[in-house]
Design a protein around this ligand. Structure first.
Ligand SMILES: [Zn+2]
Length: 294
């Protein structure tokens, strides 16, 4: 499943292609993906200019000059390809060789946006867990997928003080608290496992154990720093590894080589040489080193 760095990378790839461009036509080859497409979806997009593209949690958002916002979630297997004319245009690192079929006519190419300048943007999604929605910008804050989500882990509001406030009295395991989208938006399993290893914190400790009466454990500062670092590194690596991303179910190839604990059960910890263990928390695999992470 694409995590925040992959979504950010896809958004950055689409941004120069879409921003400022007018959508000339929209082809929908199905009635929906995970959910039905919104009513009059194609009609409400057609003829409008994309004014801005940004990311919130794991959603890509496109503002339109109609006053509406298009929301895209890549689900498990959603990808974008950009075609110019009949040829797939290689947008640097952002072209997925294995994504769309020839000319965007593959069996899993469900949505095709054609821009006024002739560029076609093809959305491919074999498992169809992706989501597309369209709603007035004024309703974004109250949207069922956007309302109530926590701070951006790369934003200014994400800090040790913020986490301390949210972790106070929280008996949930630290890992579960970090995966709680109401606390931090868009943090997923892979990067939480990695950040906890880098910070030397056990995924099993209660979140509230990092909070003191009037302050917080200094290790919460480390945790925030490591979360930011690992996401930034993954985004930097993402640009050169997106082709692998298509094959690796979310873990971009090159960056995957740098994982210290994720998917490394039974291997030696790079820090201490002891064995990486796996346990299941809230139905998800946690990988960690019990010697380094307390
Ligand atoms: Zn270790």
């Amino acid at each position: 499943m694409p995590e925040l760095p992959e979504v950010e990378t896809v958004m950055r790839g689409l941004k120069p292609v879409l921003e400022g461009q007018r959508i000339a036509s929209v082809v929908l080859r199905r009635a929906g993906l995970r959910f039905p497409f919104p009513e009059q979806f194609a009609e409400r997009l057609t003829g409008h200019r994309v004014t801005a593209l940004w990311r919130r949690a794991k959603y890509i958002l496109a503002g339109l000059d109609s006053g509406e916002v298009m929301l895209i979630h890549l689900g498990m297997t959603g990808r974008f390809s950009v075609f110019s004319g009949e040829e797939a245009r290689n947008l640097g690192e952002f072209y997925f060789e294995t994504a769309a079929g020839p000319s965007g006519q593959g069996p899993h190419d469900h949505v095709v946006l054609t821009l006024e300048n002739g560029t076609r943007i093809v959305y491919t999604d074999p498992r169809r867990f992706g989501v597309m929605d369209l709603f007035p910008a004024t309703e974004a804050a109250a949207h069922k997928l956007l309302g109530g989500i926590g701070v951006e882990p790369l934003g200014n509001e994400f800090s040790a003080d913020y986490l301390a406030e949210r972790f106070r009295g929280k008996a949930a395991p630290l890992k579960a608290a970090l995966l709680d989208q109401h606390i931090v938006a868009g943090l997923g399993n892979i990067y939480v496992c990695e950040a906890l290893h880098r910070a030397g914190l056990s995924p099993r400790r209660k979140a509230m154990t990092l909070v003191k009466k009037k302050s917080h454990d200094p290790r919460l500062e480390d945790l925030v720093r490591h979360v930011r670092e690992i996401l930034t590194e993954a985004i930097t690596a993402g640009g050169s590894t997106l082709q692998d991303f298509a094959h690796t179910d979310g873990a971009s190839g090159d960056f995957q080589q740098r994982f210290r604990v994720y998917d490394r059960e039974g291997e030696a910890c790079v820090t201490c040489g002891m064995t990486i263990e796996r346990l299941v928390q809230s139905g998800r695999s946690t990988f960690y080193c019990r010697h380094c992470q307390k």
